[in-house]
Design a protein around this ligand. Structure first.
Ligand SMILES: Nc1ncnc2c1ncn2[C@@H]1O[C@H](COP(=O)(O)OP(=O)(O)O)[C@@H](O)[C@H]1O
Ligand SMILES: [Mg+2]
Length: 253
């Protein structure tokens, strides 16, 4: 489904992503691990169209995305949960999720400001889609609670619901479990397992190798912008290059 080929991006002459090629088949969950600064978030931004590559290509279902801006990639089915994602303060949980439905909303802000009937109907349907997304992440009962009053784990799941509301075909998750307590991690893993069993294609960046191994069909390891290993979780974990670059440094053990 996702084909990344020879992708490179440098900042000030230093490669953040260097000739990276990754293929993710439909329905697969791909783990993406690597030390801080390895280029994981940059790779996601290149796939989502938030950064322009210096070289290489990205395609979705065989369709090249080169030059396609982020909002069109979102409409084509690429959704992203950003690293350190926070909810919008002052909005309820369901309103936060409704923000994610904008790629499908047809009526502009003038119609919205005038509260035209078609627009009100659309708002109702966006709201019901947002409630379905909240249900999928186990937050239905918190729909009308201010999102910022929720614990971090629930805010992360609200961000996940926001991404799901756009009906993605490919979901990019950048460290969704970072900073969560054990019970919150488990709740998130269960939701992601459910999405995986529904056949959603995902890429998951996460430092907790146990968390990644539980969810990923295959794991790709980045170090200094380059892919140093790729394969089933158990094989990658015992790869000497991975142990040296990442697992062996003790900081993520
Ligand atoms: N917008 C940017 N401007 C300059 N350097 C950047 C920018 N974004 C990322 N980098 C650099 O690119 C490298 C990869 O960063 P990043 O993709 O955030 O790594 P990771 O997500 O694996 O921790 C780092 O050296 C980082 O400092
Ligand atoms: Mg990052």
């Amino acid at each position: 489904m996702l084909a990344v080929s020879g992708l490179s991006k440098s900042f000030g002459g230093v490669f953040a992503v260097r000739e990276v090629s990754v293929d993710v088949p439909a329905g697969q969950t791909r783990g993406l691990i690597g030390p801080n600064g390895a280029g994981k978030s940059t790779l996601f931004n290149l796939v989502a169209g938030l950064l322009r590559p210096d070289a290489g290509s990205v395609s979705l279902d065989g369709r090249p995305l080169t030059g396609m801006p982020a909002h069109r990639r979102a409409a084509a089915g690429i959704a992203i949960v950003f690293q350190g994602a926070r909810t919008f303060p002052g909005l309820s949980c369901v309103e936060n999720v409704m923000v994610g439905a904008h790629t499908q909303a047809r009526h502009g802000f003038v119609a919205a400001a005038l509260r035209l009937p078609a627009c009100r109907r659309e708002e109702r349907s966006v709201r019901s889609a947002a409630l379905v997304a909240l249900e999928r992440v186990g937050l239905r009962e918190w729909a009308d609670v201010p999102a910022s009053s929720l614990p971090l784990g629930q805010q992360r799941r609200a961000q996940l619901a926001r991404a799901l509301c756009a009906s993605p075909r490919l979901l990019l998750l950048d460290e969704p479990a970072a900073g969560l307590r054990a019970a919150e991690r488990t709740a998130l893993a269960e939701v992601l397992e459910e999405l995986r069993s529904e056949g959603l294609t995902m890429m998951l960046v996460e430092h907790d190798v146990g968390f990644v191994s539980r969810l990923a069909d295959e794991v790709t390891v980045l170090d200094l912008g380059s892919v140093i290993a790729s394969g089933p979780p158990a094989a990658v974990r015992s790869d000497p290059a991975v142990v040296k670059a990442y697992l062996g440094d003790g900081s993520h053990a």
